[in-house]
Design a protein around this ligand. Structure first.
Ligand code: G3H
Ligand code: 13P
Ligand code: ZN
Length: 333
């Protein structure tokens, strides 16, 4: 058993309370490799933003859970080396799908876990979430739960249609489970194709797809039921068109990729939404930078020469999100 406190990590309780009060949101960035982690930590350290490092079940399988944990521990030291005196870094399990997986993360030094039982019937979601909460809280590990189902594939938790969170259920759910934060469904979804072209309109000037707005009325109704309760938005990548264009220009094929417009995320960040999950945008930045190097320098075979530019572009992306979208810069001096 390793306590996250010994690793210099923090849970989400204080982060979220301050974010709600201050009208900003904490960035939750997924990582699978060293370059992503370096870019996240550099961006957070330079902007003095609290940050959540997210590890999915897929990331654990890809990179090895032991290595990822030590990388997160190393990230705290790296942040200090970069001059961030009191780093506020949370290590979070993204989309945990079983009690055993959540328990293993709690036992292994994670400071926060998500139990995603949103695809189960309501009472089963409550029972499993409650079980995880009871275990995690013994060690002061915070728990995110999910109510409502996002469209698309959620790390092996899948649903073909989007079911918005029902505001009339949230008080009962939060009270009976004791969860610390609640991921809701208001129209976001995972990946780089969040909406079909049929769901969008087209900007006549640029020909780009314009997605339908998020269901802010549902968010408002949830906040009315649970005043001041931490709300989480998954599937919040914006799918920046400059990265999509770069990928397509240098031999990729991402037709009609579309995400959540940043102004909608800015609006959400000012509300009780205090954690915004971003993964796909970082994948797009990485891929765009690597494709550019491969296309322009076909003789290059030193991975540092293409992973380096990818890391730089991701760092720029993370800083942009922190400063211009979530407003979390300067909140962890
Ligand atoms: O919610 C999904 C995250 O983007 C993680 O994706 O399961 O491919 O690691 P992954
Ligand atoms: P995106 O696919 O929009 O980046 O969402 C990531 C996410 O929700 C991770 O849990
Ligand atoms: Zn997610």
């Amino acid at each position: 058993m390793v306590s996250y406190k010994e690793l210099g990590l923090v849970n989400t309780r204080e982060m979220f309370a301050k974010a709600i009060k201050g009208g900003y949101a904490i960035p939750a960035f997924n990582f699978n490799n060293m370059e992503q982690l370096q870019a996240i930590i550099k961006a957070a350290a330079e902007t003095k933003s609290p940050v959540i490092l997210q590890v999915s079940k897929g990331a654990r399988n890809y990179a090895n859970q032991t290595l990822l944990r030590y990388m997160a521990q190393g990230a705290v030291e790296y942040a200090k080396e970069l001059g961030w005196e009191h780093p506020q870094i949370c290590l979070h399990l993204d989309h945990g799908d079983s009690f055993e997986l959540c328990k293993s993360c709690v036992d292994f030094g994670f400071s926060s876990v998500m139990i995603d039982a949103s695809s189960l019937p309501y009472e089963e979601n409550i029972a499993l979430t409650k079980k995880v909460v009871e275990y995690a809280h013994q060690f002061d590990v915070t728990v995110e739960a999910e109510l409502g189902v996002l469209a698309g594939v959620e790390d092996e938790v899948s649903s073909a249609v989007s079911h918005y969170t029902k505001p009339e259920e949230v008080v009962d759910f939060a009270t009976r489970t004791g969860c610390d934060s609640l991921a809701i469904s208001i129209g976001t979804s995972h990946g780089a194709y969040k909406f079909t072209p049929e769901q969008c309109t087209r900007d006549p000037k640029t020909g780009r797809l314009v997605p339908p707005p998020l269901a802010f009325d549902v968010l408002d109704a949830i906040m009315e039921q649970l005043p001041g309760f931490p709300i989480v938005l998954h599937g919040s990548s914006s799918v920046p068109q400059e990265y999509v264009d770069m990928i397509n220009k240098y031999g990729g094929k991402l037709p009609d990729a579309v995400g959540i417009p940043e102004e909608q995320l800015r609006k959400a960040a000012k509300s009780a939404v205090c954690k915004i999950n971003i993964d796909s945008d970082s994948r797009l930045a990485f891929t765009a930078a690597v494709r550019k190097v491969f296309a322009e320098k076909p003789g290059e075979f030193d991975p540092r020469k293409y992973c380096g530019p990818a890391r730089d572009l991701m760092e720029e992306l993370y800083k942009h999100k922190i400063i211009n979208v979530l407003g979390s810069d300067g909140k962890a001096e």
